[in-house]
Design a protein around this ligand. Structure first.
Ligand code: DQA
Length: 143
């Protein structure tokens, strides 16, 4: 089984970006722990981060062709704006889990709407980096 973890814009700054909201762990820390969790289950896991909407879309297209069974995606600010990422995910046949580090529902009103949630099989928000691990655990348990 193969999982793609996709991180959207500004998540490369994790650890130093508003740590009171997003925590002190870096993206490299999170990706390393996810890779270890996947390996323990005998799963393959690839991680990508991009600040560019089109690159995230290209990564989703590639996942349609390379045997990726599921995508865990934190689209970051594109969550709230990107019909194009929603369309790309709608063209992907596997499972999709949307993750947000912060609880977007207790923040500004513009963060309450997610285009990606129209496609996601599951949504996790507010658990910090644990949200990615919960998403991966759910995929592994479901097989
Ligand atoms: C985020 C929440 C988004 O509203 C925000 O734009 C982000 C990160 C989160 O993980 O909490 O960049 O997706």
């Amino acid at each position: 089984h193969k999982v793609l973890v996709l991180h959207g814009p500004n998540l490369n700054l994790l650890g130093t970006r508003q740590p009171e909201i997003y925590g002190r762990e870096t993206l490299a820390d999170i990706d390393r722990d996810l890779r270890e969790q996947a390996a323990r289950a005998g799963w393959e896991l690839a991680c990508r981060q991009s600040n560019h909407e089109g690159e995230l879309i290209d990564a989703i297209h590639a996942a349609r062709l390379d045997g990726t069974a599921a995508i865990i995606i934190n689209p970051a600010a594109y969550t709230h704006t990107s019909v194009a990422i929603l369309d790309a995910l709608n063209a992907f046949d596997g499972k999709v889990i949307e993750v947000h580090l912060s609880n977007v529902h207790k923040r500004e009103a513009f963060r309450h709407h997610s285009y990606v949630s129209l496609r996601a099989d599951g949504v996790i928000a507010g658990l910090g980096s644990q949200g990615y691990h919960a998403a991966l655990e759910a995929l592994i348990t479901a097989g």
